[in-house]
Write a protein that binds this ligand. Structure first.
Ligand code: DGT
Ligand code: CA
Ligand code: CA
Ligand code: ZN
Length: 581
């Protein structure tokens, strides 16, 4: 079995790490690293390209690297890599996967302190033995311990982020739906329920002739391994390591199959229990009447639910968080949709770390149907993000006013001036109140010192949402998917403060954030707190991430009226005004 793209990329990544630990020139290190990334994402198998003699067609791959890929495909190994392994202990290379440990430090720990495993590194950090070394301190020790914890979590739970899995699944599905045998198709499983990370991709296609579909599926160029290949079910592992299951069902059984394979398992168990009480057993193929064994087929999901006296339940709700009881009572939420969104209240421009100008962002938002936006670049203490000094902030306001006047005349589109201000480690905000008072809208966010003890980090959040100038708290928990857990916030305390001050909380649409997450969004709206679904766009394409925020909101039972950026301009302005600005 030839190595997969993922395996080849993995070896190149490790070689790059090893060369960097050895202190090789960065140019050489980068060429391995870039090639690893290209190979990992490449839509065709390296083994196929090698067979066609086309490895050098890959961008950035010259003769030397092509030979190395060829060697791995032919022998399953790379001699150069095997040699490096004899020079550098495995554990030293592994350290580079830990946030806070770069190649220079890994080498230093190894050479100066004889540390060659993660366990030894952890022990040394716990005992305070690293802080005396050059460039180290108590803070960097803590950072390393957190990095080790996060690394172990990633290894234990290799789920794929929604933002990676969904576009990939849609691409594959679109290809299958081009075949004449396919009648309809969709994603199912946790992907259809829009969980923030997914274990494997489940696809469902309706057809009376599954064989050609399965054949097309298992021979897709990105397939690394066929894990199962049958008439109604096949599973493959892609070159990037993600597993995809495809099931083909006859159209007259589409409803039961889709309902079954959408899950969640907990939701389905309850639905099956309800069916049993009515003398019906339910599986992916049909309902069966227990008295006479008669089958009842469901061609759509509505029929599955109506058979047991329920309205259709949106897939995002199917987590057994009370949706079945709500369906029974007739109190299912009228879930928000992307068409409800009128504005985007959090985005960045070239003034801080965004890619585009104010005018370009406004134009991009207008083309996507937004009616108004707020420009919220980073505040002054956000050094890496090129945060704005007070002088630059005020200068930016001039430009925002110009663009606003222009867009207003031309299109009736409005551009407002805001800021995403840092909630600093000491709990103060990054601009004084008299400056905040000059802004149209203020987002406050935690970016630094997220690992502070619960009480301390919670107090910072409370300070922010209690400031009368702060309209919205951005990505409240600060989680990064899949790498970083959110801050240890006392959410009930935060909700109480948000409620008391009528401050909105954000659902950040970036699939690396999705923060608030669904459970917390659900709790917030139960308490009557206002939400805001923003893109936090740093580029034009980021604006298209809005759908992930909408999915997350739907998982959290969110209805449009609770979301301030579904409101028309006059209602929004009246709210901001009433909050004391
Ligand atoms: P994942 O892939 O871990 O993110 O989560 P799911 O929900 O996509 O789980 P998966 O892929 O194992 O199965 C897809 C759906 O199929 C699942 O949500 C419910 C249904 N299903 C699969 N296996 C079983 C089972 O053994 N019992 C029941 N009741 N349902 C199952
Ligand atoms: Ca799945
Ligand atoms: Ca599956
Ligand atoms: Zn932002």
């Amino acid at each position: 079995m030839a190595l997969t793209n993922q395996q080849i990329a993995g070896i190149f990544h490790t070689v790059a790490d090893m060369l960097e630990i050895k202190g090789e020139i960065i140019h050489r290190v980068m060429s391995y690293r870039r090639t690893a990334e290209t190979v990992a994402d490449y839509p065709r198998a390296m083994s196929d390209l090698a067979a066609e003699g086309k490895l050098t067609d890959i961008p950035g791959v010259g003769k030397v690297l092509a030979e190395k890929i060829q060697e791995m495909i032919d022998t399953g190994k790379l001699d150069f890599y095997e040699k490096l392994k004899t020079e550098i202990p495995e554990g030293v290379v592994e350290m580079l996967a830990v946030n806070g440990v770069g190649p220079k430090k890994a080498r230093m720990f190894w050479e100066e302190a004889g540390i060659t495993t993660l366990e030894a590194l952890e022990a040394a950090a716990r005992e305070g033995k690293l802080r005396e070394m050059p460039g180290m301190g108590a803070k960097s020790e803590t950072k390393i311990l957190e990095g080790i914890e996060s690394y172990r979590r990633r290894v234990a739970n290799p789920r794929t982020p929604l933002g990676v899995a969904l576009p990939m699944a849609e691409r594959i599905l679109a290809r299958l739906l081009e075949l004449p045998q396919a009648q309809r198709g969709t994603v199912a499983g946790s992907l259809r329920r829009a969980r923030p990370t997914i274990g494997d991709v489940d696809l469902l296609v309706a057809s009376d002739d599954g064989a050609p579909l399965m054949e097309a599926f298992v021979t897709m160029p990105e397939v690394a391994r066929v894990l199962g290949n049958g008439e109604s079910k096949s599973s493959v592992e892609l070159q990037n390591g993600v597993q995809v299951d495809l099931r083909v069902v006859p159209a007259e059984r589409w409803g039961t199959a889709l309902q079954y394979f959408t899950g969640s398992q907990a939701h389905n168990i309850k639905i099956r229990e309800m069916a049993l009480k009515r003398g019906l057993s339910l599986n992916e193929f049909a309902y069966t009447r227990q008295d006479d064994g008669q089958q009842i087929l469901c061609a759509d999901e509505e029929a599955v639910y109506s058979e047991i006296g329920l309205p259709w339940i949106a897939p995002e709700l199917r987590e057994d968080w009370g949706e079945i009881e709500a369906a029974q009572r007739g109190t299912l939420p009228k879930l928000i949709t992307i068409d409800d969104i009128r504005s985007d209240l959090h985005m960045h421009t070239q003034w801080s770390d965004g890619a585009l100008t104010i005018r370009q962002m406004a134009e991009a938002a207008r083309q996507r149907g937004r009616e108004f936006i707020v420009i919220t670049d980073h505040s002054r203490s956000a050094g890496i993000a090129n945060g704005l000094s007070i002088e630059r902030l005020l200068a930016q306001q001039q430009e925002v006013r110009e663009v606003d006047a222009e867009m207003r005349d031309k299109y009736g589109f409005r551009v407002f001036h805001g800021s995403e201000i840092e909630i600093k480690a000491d709990g103060t905000l990054d601009y004084p109140d008299d400056i905040l008072a000059q802004l149209d809208f203020v987002v406050a966010s935690l970016h630094v010192s997220l690992r502070q003890p619960r009480e301390q980090v919670t107090q910072r959040a409370l300070n922010a949402v209690s400031n009368p100038h702060v309209d919205l708290m951005g990505h409240p928990r600060g989680q990064l998917i899949p790498d970083r857990e959110g801050a240890d916030l006392d959410m009930e305390a935060l909700f109480a403060a948000a409620k008391a001050n009528d401050t909105a909380l954000e659902i950040n649409s970036n699939p690396a954030r999705l923060d608030l997450e669904a459970q917390n969004a659900k709790r917030a709206i139960e308490l009557g707190i206002k939400l805001c679904i923003d893109t936090d766009a740093h580029s034009e394409s980021d604006m298209d991430l809005l759908r992930y925020g909408i999915m997350t909101a739907r998982r959290g039972w969110v209805e449009a009226p609770s979301v301030i950026n579904t409101w028309p301009l006059d209602k929004f302005l009246a709210w901001v005004e009433a909050r004391g600005k």
